[in-house]
Design a protein around this ligand. Structure first.
Ligand code: FAD
Length: 385
């Protein structure tokens, strides 16, 4: 057990792994990643639906995606490992005029930032997903460079590369407290003993709010269960298909091999760390899915392949990044609200800049800093799945 490191990263998920990689790449190698579980990449990263998309409503999120997806394209050769990026596109189906106006504004902003996105009429949707009910749709947007990836492969690729450069990983060790002196972090206490350090980066995913509380900080990241349901192999499946979202109901689906992976958030479920699959919620998911995609009636459920995981949600559905104004040596990198995989490459790069250059600069993260909640300066991300 190490007793000293310059930088301690709490959490060995895709975010902690990306931060470790980017710091090590820039020569900051006295790093220790502390993970409470017996194995790395066993939190939300291993339970994600793996979607990556440019189609957001805020400039910052679009830029985070643009940087990250570009990096995922060259991940296997640049970092090593398997990103398995499939750019099959994301298709958003919209069924009311106000939301359609918002999606058209989003598309204009995405194009302004050099992101490819198409506006489609309801009739054109059948080109992408034959058999979709489109008589009540107003329009759709299609991002051809969106798609899905392998989150486990990405996180493990970053971790292995970081460790090759000298970063260390301490498994089965939970951070249980902070040592603070003169308004600055001087170390952490863990289930394996104390570790002295100059910097702590909170990359604890759905547990980030709890980890921050150990330092006396109120960081509004809360865990919410999300269920993912799989069908058995399904020969009636329409051919290659984008990740498709019925915006009105929140139902989404994509290919997973020969099966369909699908889900829909339950907006009324309270925050919890519950991880068992919600079978009662499946009725609501199927009702929404069958309405929009009647061909799903021919599919059968692969019950043993379904799972639940935790979204790490903030009040405005945007991550909290950067130095904390109330505690020197403490940085936040959490609260991705369902976008942590697709924003991991940019986050690692930006947190490394924040630490080593004094301030993140490749992308302006001011609107993602925790201080936004103090003056009510936070803006809700509209494109939430
Ligand atoms: C069902 C589902 C679908 C999703 N779909 C998508 C998607 O399509 N696209 C997308 O981009 N994102 C998606 N997400 C979100 C994405 O999975 C997360 O944003 C991302 O995995 C966050 O990564 P992380 O490294 O911050 O968290 P995690 O992977 O949870 O890693 C945090 C780590 O911190 C460790 N830890 C916690 N507390 C402590 C402690 N006190 N001491 C030591 N270690 C600690 C945990 O054990 C864990 O290993 C989805 C999530 C779920 C649940």
């Amino acid at each position: 057990m190490l007793t000293r490191a310059q930088v301690v990263i709490v959490g060995a998920g895709v975010i902690g792994a990306s931060i470790a990689y980017h710091l090590a790449l820039r020569g900051c190698r006295d790093l220790l990643i502390v993970e409470k579980e017996a194995s790395e990449v066993s939190g939300s990263t291993a339970r994600s639906a793996a979607g990556v998309r440019h189609q957001f409503s805020s400039r910052t999120n679009i830029l985070l995606s643009r940087y990250s997806i570009e990096k995922l394209r060259s991940f296997d050769t640049e970092v090593g490992g398997h990103a398995e990026l499939h750019q099959v596109g994301y298709l958003f189906l919209v069924n009311d005029a106000a939301t359609w106006a918002q999606y058209q504004r989003n598309a204009a902003l995405q194009r302004e930032l050099a992101v490819r996105v198409e506006l489609l009429s309801p009739a054109e949707v059948a080109r992408f997903v034959p058999g979709t009910r489109s008589d009540d749709l107003v329009g759709a947007t299609f991002g051809p460079d969106d798609g899905y990836c392998d989150p486990y492969g990405i996180a493990m690729g970053y971790l292995r590369a970081a460790r090759r450069m000298g970063a260390r990983l301490q498994r089965a060790t939970a951070v249980t407290g902070f040592a603070i002196s003169g308004g600055a972090v001087t170390g952490v206490t863990t289930t394996g003993g104390p570790i002295a350090c100059d910097v702590v980066i909170n990359a604890a995913g759905p547990w980030a709010g709890e980890v921050a509380a150990l330092a006396g900080l109120d960081v509004p990241v809360r865990p919410y269960r999300r269920n993912v349901y799989l069908t058995a192999p399904f020969p009636e499946l329409p051919g290659p298909m984008p990740l498709t979202i019925d915006v009105g109901s929140g139902f989404y689906m994509r290919h997973e091999g020969a099966s369909i992976l699908m889900g829909k958030s339950n907006p009324d479920e309270p925050s919890s760390f519950t991880l068992n699959v919600d079978w009662a919620w499946l009725d609501h998911v199927l009702e929404a899915g069958l309405y929009r995609f009647p061909f799903l009636a021919k599919a059968s459920l692969a019950e043993r392949q379904c799972w639940a995981g935790l979204y790490e949600i903030t009040p405005d559905h945007n991550p909290i990044l950067g130095r904390h104004p109330d505690l020197a040596g403490y940085l936040d990198a959490s609260g991705f609200s369902g976008h942590g995989i697709m924003h991991a490459p940019a986050t690692g790069m930006l947190i490394a800049e924040e630490l080593l250059d004094g301030r993140a600069h490749t992308i302006d993260i001011d609107e993602l800093r925790i201080s936004r909640f103090r003056g009510g300066r936070h803006h809700l991300e509209q494109n939430i799945v």
